[in-house]
Design a protein around this ligand. Structure first.
Ligand SMILES: [Zn+2]
Length: 91
């Protein structure tokens, strides 16, 4: 009988990956409030990776001040590819 509690989930709402706020915003994992900061941090990361090819996620976080969880999310979203895991073998 607790099903009514999940009523809201039929809407296209999801939790912002940054602030946890529920929002409805397609094609993004963060709410509008956080999108600007998200893009700013992504730009910072992209810039650093360009200048330092092969940087690890850990180093990237340390050097840019962007939280590792954010970097991981960028990787998962396919927006960022670091070279750290790249090996010369075909799968
Ligand atoms: Zn947010």
């Amino acid at each position: 009988m607790l099903k009514l509690l999940r009523e809201g989930s039929c809407l296209d709402l999801k939790n912002c990956k940054r602030c946890g706020k529920l929002f409805s915003f397609h094609d993004h994992n963060v709410c509008r409030d956080c999108l600007e900061q998200d893009n700013a941090e992504f730009a910072k990361i992209r810039d650093y990776v360009r200048r330092h090819p092969g940087v690890t996620a850990l180093e990237l976080s340390r050097e840019t001040g962007v939280a590792p969880v954010v970097i991981t999310r960028f990787q998962r979203e396919g927006r960022l590819t670091t070279e750290e895991k790249k090996v010369d073998e075909e799968k």
